[in-house]
Design a protein around this ligand. Sequence first.
Ligand SMILES: [Zn+2]
Ligand SMILES: [Zn+2]
Ligand SMILES: [Zn+2]
Length: 754
Amino acid sequence: MRNKEKRRYIIQLSGIVQGVGFRPYIYQKAKEYRICGWVNNTGARVVMDVEANRGALKSFLLDVIKNPPILAKIEKVSIRMHNEMGYNSFEIRHSDKELSKIKLISPDISVCYKCMEEVFNPDSRRYRYAFTNCTECGPRYTIIKSLPYDRKNTSMNPFSLCEHCRDEYSNPKSRRFHTQPNCCSHCGPTLFLMNQRGKEISCWDVIHKTAELIGEGKIVAIKGMGGFHLCCDAQNEEAISQIRQRKNRPHKPLAIMVKDIEVVYKYCELTQLEQEVLMNPRRPIVLLKKKSKCILPGNIAPYQNRLGIMLPYLPIHHMLFEGNTECLVMTSANRSGSALQYKNATALANLGKVADYFLLHNRDIHNPIDDSVIKIIENKEMFSRRARGYIPYAKNMGIQDEILALGAEQKSTFSISQNGYIYFSSYLGDLKDKDSYDLYKRILKNFTVLIHSTPKIVAHDSHPKYLSTRYAKTQEGHRIAIQHHHAHMVSCMAEHALSEKVIGVIFDGTGLGTDGTIWGGEFLVGDRRDFIRWGYLKPVLLQGGDSTIHEPWKTAVSYLYSIRHDPKSFLKNISHLDVDIIQQALAFKYNCHLSSSMGRLFDCVSALIGIREHITYDAQAAIELENIADPNINTGYYYLINQRENIFELDYERIILGILEDLENAVLPSIISARFHDTISNATVEIICKIRDSVQLNQVVLSGGVFENSYLLQSVYKKLKAKDFDVFFNQQIPINDSGISFGQIVIADEIMKR
Ligand SMILES: [Zn+2]
Ligand SMILES: [Zn+2]
Ligand SMILES: [Zn+2]
């Protein structure tokens, strides 16, 4: 009778099951429910062969599926019944040598509270040990070299487990059972503190000493999980201005790390969701609204109404907050505009003039990665930068070909498809910087090795001068050029599983159009394969090449020239001679190009109203224009929409004339900014309505870097919702150019299917 109730199932679980403690977890559950058999892990799947009476098996399975390990994500369960084997124990089998079809690798996770209890417990053998981790926390992606995820395939390989750690590793009851980076102060990596000349500082506790130095106003470069941070006391205005001077970064906001959530409430207003994202074990930087009376030094984030804040995620971070410090500047350690530093020797060489001291360790970072940046818009999580904690990102899109998509240029990423999945890389910086370009190539190589990819198809931007395009030309395989704004549109469609035709509004800085001009204020109608341009911002002749992006005043001169106005009385800080030179060049069409870029129109307005004539970081003029907008104003300027056959052209002339009139009447910049934003959102919605009348489509996707502007995004979103549109914007895949590679790969797949 008892035997009749017995069952044997072979169960496969797929998803994120590597490096998350799945095997030990199953082992413990099997013991709990008196299950016999075995569990194995083949990369993307956990396979178990389990035998027990029916009731126990059912409870076991429900428990495993409902309460998997904290880092795991089960995407698929398959169960097959087999004849009994008569197992009488349960065992864990070693990682299968055979590589599985889908390789989902866990991202890096912040240290858990159980590990931190040990770090702060003087009786624990891990007291004050900076590399403490367990199956539920610690480094994963940053240390992995190849699959399967075993210690020998990570940068923990040089460190042999001591007897104690080995016991934990092989004891199924330990929470460090099969923890690949398991270590302690006897056997694991160590920290050391150096001055800028590379001389080691001797002291009883390097973290304590580091905290002391920071307290004295010093700048310390700290090697963390994905790379180096530059760190100083965030309440010390002088130290912050030192970082700014030495990094040659006068205005770009600096991220801060605060002791705990209570401290965040002192400086920022936050919603429930913002608090949840901030406290997520993946520990992103969250952009939070500054309190009106925020007492932190203004030079952390000048001219910003948001602060980029994260909570501690490494034992080092927690220990730095032991004293009175509650807030640290933690900015990615690089020279201005250059790639993240992640190696001891190069950090010492390249940051010697920036940092006073270096807190280093001897574990290699194999896959360097920046901190992620998230903001909450319309109560939705929206990535500005998808990186540490959220990479590798793999999404099943049913793509069968192995395709490599190389992204754009300024905010580079790549995507690779394999066995249905798209793997999306972290944000890798501006390829025009040599170090960033080298990093891009390195991470790309690491990743193709990691997943054993040999793509036969290479998708790239249609701009021939982008370095990603030039790189594509060095690759073997069939190349497909993808229009920049179509890639933005499809990045958003793919994320939201839209495959039918949509109306796409792509507001962007620059991107090459199909007619050879620069686009960026685009209204497209299309699907994942093709599009038709239904509308655009009226093109203007812009003088100057790439330099105009850094000098919004030149863009303002070009715009005013096109409507026969002299900008001299508005551009108060620009010499008349300089303005004359640009005007003459425009008259002769010397070094000029046509552009419908919405980003440049924002630059023009920012310069005209005296916010920013020159910029020191990407999109600064537009960001500061957004930040001053008075949300109580909702009276836009007049605008015209020209219609030629089925093309709608947003004419900027009356908008600029309205702004000039306001300027002559000394209207406040905060009001002008709000009126301008309101005008653009009104005109955008009107054009979309006209397109809907013609094409009978109701789904709208909003994408492109200009929509990083939350004020504009929310305004357009709300107005479209009020007109019963289904509206989508990028959330998981960034709305800026780092989302481009994701769109490219989906379009390339559609083209190949054709
Ligand atoms: Zn832990
Ligand atoms: Zn040890
Ligand atoms: Zn773009």
